[in-house]
Design a protein around this ligand. Structure first.
Ligand code: D8T
Ligand code: MG
Length: 400
């Protein structure tokens, strides 16, 4: 029998939760067999659609669907410049869809193709926020009642609360925050939470690259007594050399990577054991193929996985995480955003969470689909994000 070929590559744009998602559908010469992948880059979704339709599709139509390795390596060099956002997202979507197809052809869920499960379900963490310590506590308790044992705690989203910002005259509009007030309010938050909810719950925190490097060193030391499960994105990708200093001053577990694109960004952090959890966005780094290599590299250096799993990943991407989570020995934790009813309907086969663990389903491939008619009911809106326009009190731009 002749091998299946790629017949068509489609981009499906949908926003059932109000977040723009990009899903790739790879159709094959067998009308019954297709694969889906996640290429979501929510802030620039139309450029990803363009990259898929104008470049990936002409490059890949007619290729043998079996050749994931060849397709991945030849695609990433096809434009000569590589390892950047947009093109990486496009490749991620295609790569996941090809793995989905391979699983369907083998009649196996992907975790079986990856060597089988080492755990039945993957522990997840939820995200609790609030405008005051009391509100965050309430939200933490609500998650605990639902069976969650890992909770990331933020206050005032990523900027903290208790800010009285004085800006120079003529300062531009933006998402203002004060790093000093942020640090103070978050130390207060964890004092409160440990006093009120105790020490039997795992707490996490995301700095979201909002501090200068030396403030991050100091802040990590201040948070160390609260025994966090991990501290996330303490530094922006441009300043990772400072992780050495954080390490020298504290043993707080460090997680990093949702903004990474290029292996050279993660390689030194892993091989020098400067982080404990790698958190790349699999729909951003090029898909399942590089994620498996990255997980294996991390395993050799005692680093664990914590794939980035926010609302700006489609359920197809979440499904890919879960197949990796249950089959990867050095899995650490899975970020979990939860799905509303609309998104469950658009994506039949969403992984399910019970008692703080997420489970893949046992269908072949990723085990998830997209209902294109329903997806069309939730059109994306091309609005520029405002939260990324982060600014310091003096009005100057800052990493968001
Ligand atoms: O770790 C997280 O879930 C956050 O950093 C989000 O990914 C970010 O705000 C973009 O949505
Ligand atoms: Mg984050």
């Amino acid at each position: 029998m002749e091998n299946l070929k790629i017949r068509n590559i489609k981009t499906i744009l949908t926003a059932p939760e109000g977040i723009n998602l990009v899903v790739v559908k790879v159709e094959t010469t067998d009308p019954e067999i297709y694969g889906v992948g996640c290429a979501t880059f929510t802030q620039r979704y139309l450029t990803v659609q363009n990259a898929i339709e104008q470049y990936m599709k002409p490059l890949l139509v007619g290729k043998d669907v079996n050749s994931i390795n060849d397709i991945w390596h030849s695609s990433i060099v096809s434009g000569y410049w590589r390892n950047g956002p947009v093109l990486n997202n496009a490749l991620s979507g295609v790569d996941m869809a090809l793995w989905d197809i391979k699983g369907k052809m083998a009649g196996m869920p992907l975790y079986e193709l990856f060597g089988g499960k080492v755990r039945e379900g993957a522990a997840v963490y939820r995200h609790a926020d609030g405008g005051s310590v009391g509100q965050v506590e309430e939200n933490v308790r609500a998650y605990m009642e639902q069976g969650y044992r890992y909770i990331r705690c933020q206050m005032g989203t990523y900027g903290g609360v208790g800010q009285s910002i004085v800006s120079p005259e003529g300062a531009p509009a933006g998402a203002y925050y004060d790093p000093k007030a942020y640090m103070k309010s978050i130390v207060g938050l964890f004092e409160h939470l440990r006093a009120q909810v105790g020490w039997d719950i795992e707490l996490l925190h995301d700095i979201h690259e909002r501090l200068t490097p030396i403030d991050a060193v100091n802040f990590a030391k201040k948070l160390e007594p609260f025994q966090l499960f991990f501290l996330e994105d303490a530094l922006p990708p441009e300043q990772v050399e400072w992780f050495r200093l954080i390490r020298q001053h504290s043993s707080i577990p460090l997680a990093m990577g949702e903004l990474f694109n290029n292996p050279n960004e993660w390689m030194p952090l892993i091989t020098n054991r400067l982080i404990d959890y790698i958190r790349v966005h699999i729909s951003q780094i090029g898909g399942i193929t590089p994620a498996r290599k990255l997980a294996a590299l991390c395993d050799s250096f005692g680093v664990r996985t914590a794939w980035h799993g926010p609302g700006d990943t489609s359920p197809v991407g979440h499904a890919a995480h879960v197949h990796l989570d249950v089959s990867t020995i050095n899995f650490g934790i899975q970020e979990w955003n939860g799905f509303n009813d609309a998104i469950r309907e658009v994506f039949p086969g969403c992984p399910e969470v019970r008692n703080g663990y997420v489970y893949p389903n046992d269908k072949p491939g990723l085990g998830i689909d997209i209902d294109e008619k329903l997806a069309a009911k939730y059109p994306c809106e091309n609005v520029l994000p405002t939260w990324t326009n982060a600014r310091l009190p003096d009005g100057s731009p800052m990493t968001p």
